[in-house]
Design a protein around this ligand. Structure first.
Ligand SMILES: Cc1cc2nc3c(=O)[nH]c(=O)nc-3n(C[C@H](O)[C@H](O)[C@H](O)COP(=O)(O)OP(=O)(O)OC[C@H]3O[C@@H](n4cnc5c(N)ncnc54)[C@H](O)[C@@H]3O)c2cc1C
Length: 485
């Protein structure tokens, strides 16, 4: 590849939900982003539909929820197929919102493009190489080969990530041992059921207002078939009949799929100037809607850090904190999904375990614990501070500031950090030197102490009388502007 100037700051490979959110976050943080997407047009495939509380809070921080209008919300979810009521947490968003993934992608794509991201559809990344100063990527587009140079490249290119392979990042984990066959079918009439356990297997059916029924079925003990491609509807209908006794083979399938319980986590989320996010970094059974939400939260964590790196103000270690924070979350979510997959797809041998879990779910603390976990509200990023708020996402506080009442998400909309301090003097631009990166708001917080919030809504520092604010600002937001050489 020939040597010439950088074309963009960050190449994002993949215009799925994760790549689009990341591109928007990068642009909001002042970086240029070019998204390469192999498909010529947005996917219309039926995929994830649940946006969990923490993801909704993140979208709220960017002012993106209004555009979704009124959205149905599920108050009742499940843990491995066992009923779970979404109660007992402190988010404004009680249960997951039901938003088709195509709608989420449109929302994020419009937002990213509005902020200046270039979305190049019909461009497949086929090669890349890291140089000392950046990354060179080669894509095949409608007009032939395109060479793009950037300072960084992020693979948001899904489970079979080309970026992960080209970067030589390992993807250790376990192959699938079970599969859940699924089909959207017209012209059938079977009763609706949620995770109904039969003698031979598990069956789910849900008829939509348009008359199409989604059926999902697993036959206990049956290993994933070696097909080399997706299942045919005839196979789904056969397994359905064996499990439920109902014949659906005369139905008209509009979509057929096999969900598998393979579990893999990228060995590193960063290799030099190449990073991974979303399904490119972790493969999992999308049970309980956690796959999409895990990935969207990766993008929210990475976006501002990588933008800071591009803008030149990132302190040492900020970009690496992406791996440190999100790899661990990925590991925990995958373990949680595995536990759910065992309860869901296990046969009669898991009945005693299901009984115990069902009993435990009679306790409020257990319900709250699991709901917070599934909703992404339990995350606490590592920190040297033992102040209770630090490392956690800031709850939805309503604040009275010098110029009116605001909620914290509203204060985060411009992508800067926020310092809440009842004693601050915003007119003086305090904290001097960081004003471009941190917005100071004169407001009393519910705990009554000053709090510094990162652009992704997690608490960087809370005044505990021991750690000076200045240290925290240096740690998270780099050297103040006048001190930058
Ligand atoms: C049928 C189905 C149902 C699902 N249901 C659920 C659910 O209910 N709940 C849930 O949480 N999750 C579900 N998922 C998973 C969820 O859809 C994914 O977790 C989510 O799409 C991950 O987003 P992503 O942006 O990381 O990757 P993807 O959405 O896979 O996007 C990756 C993008 O990269 C592009 N790409 C790949 N390679 C290249 C390349 N070399 N060059 C350029 N572009 C490239 C692809 O075309 C694609 O657009 C489901 C998935 C499927 C397939």
């Amino acid at each position: 590849m020939a040597d010439s100037s950088v074309d963009t700051d960050v190449i994002v490979v993949g215009a799925g939900p994760i790549g689009l959110l990341l591109a928007g976050e990068l642009c909001l943080g002042g970086a240029r982003a070019t998204v390469l997407e192999q498909l010529p047009a947005p996917s219309t495939a039926s995929r994830a539909s649940a946006l969990h509380a923490r993801t909704l809070e993140i979208l709220d921080q960017r002012g993106l929820l209004e555009a979704l209008g009124t959205v149905p919300c599920d108050r009742v979810g499940h843990f491995g197929g066992i009923r779970l009521d979404f109660e007992g947490h402190d988010s404004r968003f009680r249960g997951p919102w039901k938003v088709p993934q195509t709608r989420t992608e449109r929302l994020l794509g419009d937002w990213a493009a509005g902020l200046g991201a270039v979305i190049s559809r019909g461009h497949e990344l086929v090669a890349m190489r890291q140089t000392e100063r950046g990354v060179e990527a080669e894509a095949l587009g409608p007009g032939g080969r395109v060479l793009i140079r950037a300072a960084y490249l992020v693979g948001c290119d899904g489970e079979r990530s080309t970026v992960r392979r080209l970067a030589g990042i390992g993807f250790p984990g376990a192959d699938a041992t079970r599969e859940l066959l699924a089909a959207d079918v017209g012209g059938i009439d079977v009763p609706d059921r949620r995770f109904e356990r039969h003698e031979r297997g598990l069956a789910v059916a849900n008829r939509r207002p348009d008359g199409i029924t989604r059926v999902m079925v697993h036959e206990f003990g049956r290993a994933p078939a070696a097909r080399g491609k997706g299942p045919e509807f005839a196979e789904v209908a056969e397994v359905w009949e064996r499990v439920t006794g109902e014949a659906i083979s005369a139905g008209e399938p509009v979509w057929v799929h096999a969900f598998r319980n393979a579990r893999r986590l990228a060995a590193r989320y960063r290799s030099g100037r190449v990073l991974l996010a979303g399904d490119a970094a972790h493969a999992q059974l999308p049970v309980g809607g956690q796959a999409l939400n895990l990935g969207l939260q990766d993008a929210a964590n990475l976006g501002w850090k990588l933008a800071a790196q591009i803008r030149g103000w990132a302190p040492d270690g900020l970009l690496d904190s992406y791996h440190e924070e999100r790899h661990d979350v990925g590991r925990r979510v995958l373990a949680d999904i595995e536990a759910q997959a065992t309860l869901l797809l296990g046969g009669p041998e898991v009945e005693p375990l299901r009984t115990v879990v069902t009993e435990l779910l009679g306790h409020e603390e257990v319900v709250e614990h699991l709901v917070r976990k599934i909703s992404g509200l339990d995350i606490r990023y590592p920190s040297a501070s033992d102040a209770p708020l630090v490392g956690r996402r800031l709850p939805h506080w309503e604040l009275t500031t010098g110029d009116g009442r605001y909620s914290v998400p509203e204060l985060l909309r411009d992508g800067r950090g926020v310092l809440l301090d009842a004693a601050a003097d915003p007119a003086a631009g305090a904290p001097a030197g960081w004003a471009g990166r941190v917005r100071t708001v004169r407001a009393a917080t519910p705990p009554g102490r000053a709090v510094l919030i990162r652009p992704d809504g997690y608490v960087a520092w809370a005044d505990d009388g021991r750690t000076p604010l200045r240290d925290a600002l240096h740690h998270w937001f780099g050297a103040p502007e006048q001190e930058t050489p």
